[in-house]
Structure formats: structure tokens, C-alpha cells
Design a protein around this ligand. Structure first.
Ligand code: DGT
Ligand code: CA
Ligand code: CA
Ligand code: ZN
Length: 580
């Protein structure tokens, strides 16, 4: 993903928020729209500009005279003056308030006018002192929520989403591999384990010329600041704020080092204890005989595990959650792989809040070699996402049929992401839902309901017998919102009983179900769908995040329905009619 695009998109989002705070109408919508397009544009904006100037910029959807001049300014100077101009009109710190859940521009400016709240700290203090509960639109509950949200914000600042860390880690490793001094380069640490958030990147390189490698690494275009540069170890801060460690090792230690720096710490401690019990010593340099000092293993990870009496363990499982016992007993699962995926069953188009047409989404999926997709635009209650009325749903179904005629070589299933309403009923009448191939049932409101209520809501929705897939089942947003207070065991037992498939939503900020929940659901023999919930044709790669999460939940190919060929998939969804 082009990185300048991301930077420009972030600035445009910021401008939109600032305009909102200043209570400017319409303009924020325009800025946000372009930001979203840029966020997932596959071509470099700078290339577009180089080729065709401002005119070419204006061919990007939503870009007019003002925004194209903002982009041009950024490409020429690395900044957008408008931000400073707007910033002068806004009290310092106020922008940060909007990083809290439930605080949008309207509330931010209200709190400022009413209580002189300027910063997150001010707001936390006001909430603690009980000063919010009597304001219109707030209450005791919102004080609690705000304090919880301040806490989450503090934590998320220190960590990056896997979806942010993985692309840049790959990009760096690719660049390193192109350098002649580099024999091998690999990502280690939490990124290799596919953890949902990452504290820092850990990169390993084999080379006989460490000095040359350090020179290349510390001068990469992604690097913002060099924290330390040593003969075999350097640490940098990337331009996006993420820290990265690089270590250079000789070939004979590579496996041991990769094992060591992949972690996690608990897994490593367990292995080291096993080594000691056998009279060995395990370090990042290798596995050695304690008496003779002779190296027994270390060139490859397989060798290290084997010498300890274990099968090689997939990185995503290395959390000391039982994988070492399973490896000793030869009972490791054969984890699902990215290449097993044959389709995506949760996608949005411009019929609701997506950026592309049905055809564009289908062609993008086809180019990935997918066998099938389901188009699942929002139902009518999701009015802010342009959810479809019943009349529009009928037209949409016709449009899907048209797309099927035009595009061969991929099955296009008709579907909808249907809101599960407060009482557990669904957002369209049964007769309409029965016309669809795939129904993704999702909760998009009332997140803070007590356990009993929200559990009953989900169970009732499944009991309708009309839901094929339970969409993002716990509703969590990693940096913003805790999971619903669901009784997961009840939900998983019911899903298994009724054959409702559980979603692993691969959006970077969702990854919902999460790893631990997946492992629990697996014990109930539930089935899963790894979907991207894409709103854009360029985000199918999120599947990789979902796959890593599934692997952290120990899933195998047979557990994941969208690894099945279409003829088999049909049988899974026998309760709903698969038309094709
Ligand atoms: P992060 O960066 O917080 O997302 O998590 P990790 O797992 O990437 O942790 P990090 O970067 O501190 O260290 C990378 C790996 O190196 C870690 O998973 C295990 C290994 N490691 C680091 N320090 C120690 C240590 O003191 N003892 C052992 N056994 N392993 C360590
Ligand atoms: Ca790390
Ligand atoms: Ca590290
Ligand atoms: Zn969705």
C-alpha cells in the first residue's frame, strides 16, 4: 500500500474533523470521502500527480479544485497549510477528545464551551469529579464510559494494529532482501505470531557484512529517527511512530535466533526449561550441550524443536497455551492457510456504504482467483451507512443478477448484512430474507446492554433460522470499543446446534471473533467464515489478518467454510437457499 497516500488520507481526515469542530457544513463530508478513497488507492498519488498534474488528481473520485490543491501542496512541501490555519481557531488538545468513543465533534465543542474542557486529561478529571452527569446528553453512565475509553486510548497509543504493522514490516523485509549484503531476512516477534496488536517490529537478517546491513536499515525511507546503531543490532523509529529492531546473525544461529525473537516470552521460557532438563542450553545463538559446549542445533527452527523432542510449532500458536504439550504428543493441528481461502462472504458495494460497484468487487475477487463471493450490503436501519429500503433491495437483487450475466468465472451470491434489532428480530421481513443466498446478521447498536439482554438478543436472532453467518459476533473495536458482554458459551452452543456460521471479521480494528474466542468456539465444534467485510476493492488483503487470527485460534481448513469448493459450501448453507 502506497505510504504517501496513507499520510495524505490521515491529514484529510484531520481536516474533516477540524471543520466539524468549527461547525462548518458539507465540507467535512467531502474531505472524508476523498480520505477514504486515498486510504485504499492502489496507485501512488505522487505518481498520478507526476504523470498528469492537478488535472489527473481531479480524476480521483471526489477530488475537486480545493482538495487537489491541498494534495499538490503536500506533494510539493510535505505539509498542508490549511491544517495550521484551522488549528489556530481550535483550542489545543480538543482534537484529541474525538479519539474517545462516543465523543464526536459536536460533543467536543459542547464540552469546551460548557466546562472549558480542552484535553483528554481535562475530560477524565471532569468525569471523575462527576461534573458530566447533569449535562444534557450525558449521565453517570457516560462518565464511566469516558473513563474506560480514556484507559483504552492510553493503552492503544503504545501499540499498533497488526493491519498497520504487517504491511510496513513486509515492505522493509522486501527492501532488505534486495540488498546484496543480505542473505536472508525475516520478520519475528509478535508480528510473526500474528498478534492483533504489535508493540514493535523485530527483524532478523543473516549476513556476513553486518555493517553494510546496518547502513541500509538505518537509512530506509520508512525510517524517521535512529535510536541506536550498533555492529549487529540497531533500533529505529519509523515515520509512522512504530519502533523497529534489527539484528544481524551468522547462518549457523539463524533458526535459534528466529525461534528466540519470535517468542512469545512464556513459550521461550518453557522451551529453555525443557532444554535444561535434557542437559542442554538454549539461547538465541543455538542449542548447546551444557558439558561439552558443542552446538546441537540452531541453523533452522525445525532442528531446534526436533532436538528438544518436539514437532515444529507454527508461530501463531507460540503463546504457551498448550501448544508445547500438543507438539510433544504429536497432536498439533494442521492450521488453515491463506491459500485455502476460496471466497469472501461479507462485502459491501456502493449500494450501501462501499466505494465500488458490484462488478468492480467481483472482478477484484476474481483476479485473486476466488471461486465465489457474497455481496452483503447494509439493511434499512443502517441509514448512516445508506442501508437499503425494501424497494431498493429488490433493485439491488436485479443488479446482482445483471452482474452474474456479465462476469463469468466467479459465483456472485446475493446477500445482505442485516441488522439484528433490539428484540432480536431481523431488519427485513422473512419473505425478503428468503430470497437471499447469504444473510450476515450483525448488531450495530446497543453495545453496552447487560449480558442477559444482549445474549438473548443474539440467541433470538439465530433462532429465526434465517441467519447464515453471525457477523462480527462481539462487536469489539480493538482501539475503541470493548466486546459486548455476551455469554459466549451460550452463543457458541446455539450456533453449533443451529448450524449458524461464526464470522472472523478481518477488518484491522475488528478481528472479531478474536483468537481466544475462536479457540473457545472451536471446542463447541462451531464453523467459521473468514471475511474481510470489505468496503473497497483494495482491501481483500485483510483476509491475511483474519487467517492469522484463525490460526491463533488453532483452526484447521475443515473448520472454515469459505475454504470449501462451491458445491460443498452450498450444503453448509442448506437452510438458506443458495440460488446459483
Ligand atoms: P510486542 O513487541 O510487545 O508486540 O511483543 P513481542 O513478542 O514482539 O516482544 P519483544 O519485541 O519485546 O521481543 C521479541 C521476542 O523476543 C519475544 O517475543 C521473546 C523474545 N525475548 C525478548 N526478551 C526476552 C527475554 O528476556 N527472554 C526470553 N526468553 N525471550 C525474550
Ligand atoms: Ca516486538
Ligand atoms: Ca523488540
Ligand atoms: Zn459489514
Amino acid at each position: 500500500m502506497p505510504s504517501a497516500n496513507k499520510e495524505i488520507a490521515a491529514l484529510l481526515y484531520e481536516i474533516a474533523d477540524m471543520l466539524d469542530i468549527l461547525e462548518v457544513k458539507w465540507e467535512p463530508i467531502a474531505y472524508r470521502k476523498v480520505a477514504r478513497v486515498l486510504d485504499s488507492l492502489p496507485t501512488e498519488v505522487s505518481e498520478v500527480y507526476k504523470q498528469g498534474g492537478v488535472k489527473a488528481l481531479q480524476e480521483i473520485p471526489g477530488v475537486g479544485a480545493t482538495i487537489s490543491s491541498n494534495i499538490e501542496e503536500y506533494l510539493k512541501t510535505g505539509r498542508i497549510n490549511k491544517i495550521e490555519q484551522l488549528g489556530k481557531k481550535i483550542p489545543e488538545g480538543l482534537m484529541n477528545l474525538m479519539k474517545l468513543e462516543g465523543i464526536g465533534p459536536r460533543k467536543a465543542i459542547f464540552l469546551y464551551k460548557k466546562l472549558k474542557v480542552k484535553t483528554v486529561q481535562d475530560l477524565a478529571a471532569a468525569a471523575k469529579a462527576g461534573k458530566l452527569r447533569n449535562l444534557p446528553g450525558f449521565g453517570e453512565k457516560s462518565e464511566k464510559n469516558i473513563l474506560q475509553s480514556v484507559d483504552m486510548l492510553k493503552k492503544s497509543k503504545e501499540r499498533y494494529l497488526l493491519g498497520e504493522a504487517l504491511p510496513i514490516a513486509k515492505q522493509i523485509v522486501e527492501k532488505l532482501r534486495k540488498n546484496p549484503a543480505v542473505e536472508q531476512a525475516e520478520i519475528a516477534g509478535s508480528t510473526r505470531r500474528g498478534k492483533e496488536t504489535v508493540g514493535d517490529l523485530d527483524i532478523l537478517v543473516i549476513s556476513r557484512k553486518p555493517a553494510a546491513v546496518m547502513e541500509v536499515f538505518t537509512t530506509l525511507s520508512e525510517v524517521g529517527r535512529v535510536l541506536s546503531k550498533g555492529p549487529t543490532k540497531s533500533t529505529v523509529v519509523l515515520k509512522n511512530g512504530l519502533q523497529a529492531d534489527l539484528r544481524v546473525l551468522p547462518a549457523e544461529s539463524y533458526g535459534a535466533a528466529l525461534q528466540y525473537f519470535t517468542g512469545n516470552m512464556d513459550h521461550n521460557v518453557e522451551l529453555r526449561t525443557m532444554a535444561i532438563a535434557k542437559g542442554y542450553k538454549l539461547s538465541e545463538y543455538g542449542l548447546f550441550d551444557r558439558k561439552t559446549g558443542k552446538q546441537l542445533a540452531g541453523k533452522t527452527e525445525e532442528e531446534v524443536y526436533k532436538t528438544l523432542g518436539l514437532h515444529w510449532i507454527e508461530p501463531e500458536m507460540r503463546e504457551n497455551h498448550g501448544e508445547i504439550e500438543a507438539a510433544a504428543a504429536g497432536k498439533l493441528p494442521a492450521l488453515v492457510k491463506l491459500s485455502d481461502i476460496r471466497g469472501d462472504l461479507h462485502l459491501h458495494t456502493n449500494w450501501s456504504d462501499g466505494n465500488h460497484s458490484i462488478e468492480e468487487m467481483a472482478l477484484a475477487a476474481k483476479s485473486l482467483g476466488y471461486e465465489y463471493i457474497a455481496i452483503t450490503d447494509h439493511s434499512k436501519s443502517e441509514y448512516q451507512a445508506h442501508g437499503m429500503s425494501e424497494e431498493r433491495l429488490i433493485k439491488y437483487l436485479k443488479a446482482i443478477e445483471e452482474a452474474r450475466k456479465k462476469i463469468k468465472g466467479i459465483k456472485i451470491l446475493s446477500g445482505s448484512e442485516v441488522d439484528i434489532k433490539g428484540n432480536g428480530s431481523l431488519d427485513y421481513p422473512d419473505s425478503l430474507l428468503k430470497k437471499l443466498d447469504i444473510v450476515v446478521g450483525s448488531i450495530h447498536s446497543g453495545f453496552k446492554a447487560p449480558e442477559e439482554k444482549i445474549t438473548a438478543r443474539v440467541l433470538a436472532a439465530m433462532e429465526t433460522g434465517l441467519i447464515s453467518i453471525l457477523g462480527h459476533p462481539t462487536g469489539r473495536l480493538i482501539t475503541r470499543r470493548k466486546p459486548f458482554d455476551l455469554d459466549l458459551k451460550k452463543v457458541f452452543a446455539k450456533a453449533a446446534e443451529l448450524g449458524v456460521v461464526l464470522e472472523i471479521d478481518s477488518q484491522p480494528n475488528r478481528l472479531d471473533l478474536k483468537d481466544d474466542h475462536i479457540r473457545l468456539a472451536r471446542e463447541f465444534d462451531c464453523k467459521f467464515a473468514i471475511d474481510t467485510d470489505s468496503h473497497d476493492k483494495n482491501t481483500f488483503w485483510y483476509t491475511e489478518l483474519g487467517i492469522k487470527t484463525a490460526r491463533r485460534g488453532w483452526l484447521e481448513q475443515k473448520d472454515v467454510v469459505n475454504t470449501l469448493p462451491f458445491t460443498e459450501l452450498k450444503k453448509v448453507f442448506r437452510s438458506t437457499k443458495v440460488l446459483l
